[in-house]
Ligand binder design. Structure first.
Ligand code: GLC
Length: 477
């Protein structure tokens, strides 16, 4: 089977969040199956072009019709011997030779161009996938353009489309004039594109794609309700017959405490005493009190409201009253950055605020910490809890989305479960879950049992890839 994965980011080329990890690991895992070809399409961003590590070869160029425009597109490919997994890059310096991936005034036009260029590229490569798997609003136009502009071409007719939602919050909303002015869609597409006073690319992709998926089963259910759907609950409910959830995995080669080159000391479930060396190293590196007997809680997250940082803020004084250490790594809203900095100033021995995006420090924190806190208001899947578990760091999570699916509540009687959980979006419920974690930390026998059991949790892509294959196949029937 031939799969085309369209994404606005994929590691190692470009990554700003979880989508970048998924769009790297999923195609890699898919390509391991026999009789498959996988092609990943990315924009040829400045950060990729300027990075000498990446060796790309020029393939061809063509013009992309975009409403009244006819826009140059260069097609490049990563030099690779693995024929089964190819990375293609769409070049246009006007659109993509800029700093950062997102946040430009013309993002809608940039990604509409990217989406159309992917479809145009197929005829130049003479390679037609069985399934196009598009991700989030940036590539939501691929299934739409396919239906609107390419169905008269025989080679495009059999192509099926899957649209995956990684986050409902970002839907690609633009003024209605966008349909004529940028997309150049026929008049009878206006109803499909329009939602609630504007053009909404995610809504259109939900309507026209053969299947819609999201990144956990619980989130697939949640987004049919107004609290989670950012307006699209009715649209999703109407299309629930083609909606499903497939939970993300992580790249277990990259996130492997036994081999991770970024760690101070490598370890596995049988050598947990080495995990303590990582804790000591981290405490020294961050200027915290060097103590083995204090539970260390980490938060590795964007510092924004929906990640639950407001809950933490509400009970910061209580947390600082406890005998624990809190390490925060991430950037985001100014008010939260300042809040953590100020607590770190007042409690230097127990609080460390690292207002940075630092991959090495993140790996060292996963390895050194005891608990990882994710009190998200919404979490489509979440990867941090999966990585934490792999490093024997116990998650504390709110029961939502992928957190609910991957971190069942720990039960001391049976030894089942993966972490400490709370249900309501409430700061004191969260505090209670943190305190349950702190207290189990001091019960060494049960603690080590739990560490070993979360380290054995299967967060690889194996199972999920099987679900994607079933999904792809079901679309072709
Ligand atoms: C988004 C979601 C996150 C998910 C990731 C990858 O970043 O917020 O929960 O893990 O996409 O699917």
């Amino acid at each position: 089977m031939k799969i085309l994965l369209a994404s606005s980011e994929a590691a190692p080329y470009i990554k700003t969040g979880g989508l970048g990890d998924v769009a790297a690991a999923l195609p890699k895992a898919l390509a391991e199956s026999p009789n498959t070809e996988v092609a990943v399409f990315l924009p040829y961003y400045k950060a990729i072009k300027d990075n000498p590590e990446f060796e790309l070869e020029y393939i061809t160029n063509f013009n992309v019709p975009l409403s009244w425009r006819s826009v140059y597109a260069g097609l490049f490919r990563a030099v690779s011997k693995r024929k089964k997994l190819q990375y293609y890059f769409i070049d246009n310096e006007y659109y993509f030779y800029r700093d950062g991936c997102y946040g430009h005034y013309d993002d809608g036009e940039r990604f509409a161009f990217f989406s159309k260029a992917i479809l145009e590229a197929l005829q130049h490569l003479n390679w037609y996938p069985d399934v196009i798997h598009a991700n989030d609003w940036q590539t939501a136009m691929v299934p739409v353009f396919l239906r609107a502009h390419y169905m008269h071409l025989l080679s495009y007719q059999p192509i099926r489309t899957l649209f995956t939602i990684h986050n409902m919050e970002y839907q690609g909303r633009f003024p209605d004039s966008f349909v004529d002015e940028v997309l150049g869609l026929p008049e009878d597409w206006k109803g499909t594109m329009h939602f609630d006073t504007c053009t909404n690319l995610m809504k259109a992709a939900i309507l026209v794609s053969d299947r819609v998926s999201t990144v956990s089963k619980t989130y697939a259910f949640e987004i049919q309700n107004p609290y989670f759907a950012h307006g699209l609950h009715d649209v999703l409910r109407q299309h629930s017959y083609k909606l499903c959830g497939v939970v993300n995995g992580i790249d277990t080669d990259v996130f492997n405490p036994a081999t991770d080159p970024l760690l101070y000391a490598n370890f596995d479930a049988e050598t947990l005493e080495k995990k303590a060396e990582n804790k000591k190293f981290l405490q020294e590196r961050l200027g915290l009190a060097v103590r083995e007997d204090v539970p260390m809680v980490i938060m590795i997250t964007r510092l924004v409201g929906h990640k639950g940082v407001d809950l933490v803020q509400r009970v910061m004084d209580d947390l600082m009253w406890d005998d624990l250490q809190l390490v925060v790594i991430g950037t985001g809203e100014w008010q939260y950055e300042e809040m953590f900095r100020s607590y770190a100033g007042r409690f230097p021995a127990k609080m460390s605020a690292n207002i940075v995006f630092d991959n090495t420090l993140a790996h060292q924190a996963y390895a050194g910490a005891d608990l990882v806190l994710m009190p998200s208001k919404q979490e489509p899947c979440g990867l941090t809890q999966l990585i934490g578990m792999r490093y024997g760091t116990i998650p504390i999570v709110r029961e939502t989305g992928g957190l609910f699916d991957t971190v069942p509540a720990y039960n001391i009687e049976t030894g089942e479960g993966n972490g400490f959980t709370f249900k309501s979006y409430n700061a004191h419920d969260m505090l209670d879950a943190v305190r349950r974690g702190e207290s189990l930390f001091h019960d060494k026998e049960h603690w080590v049992q739990l560490q070993k059991s979360v380290m054995a949790y299967d967060s690889s892509w194996k199972r999920s890839v099987q679900e994607y294959w079933d999904l792809y196949r079901s679309m072709m029937e």
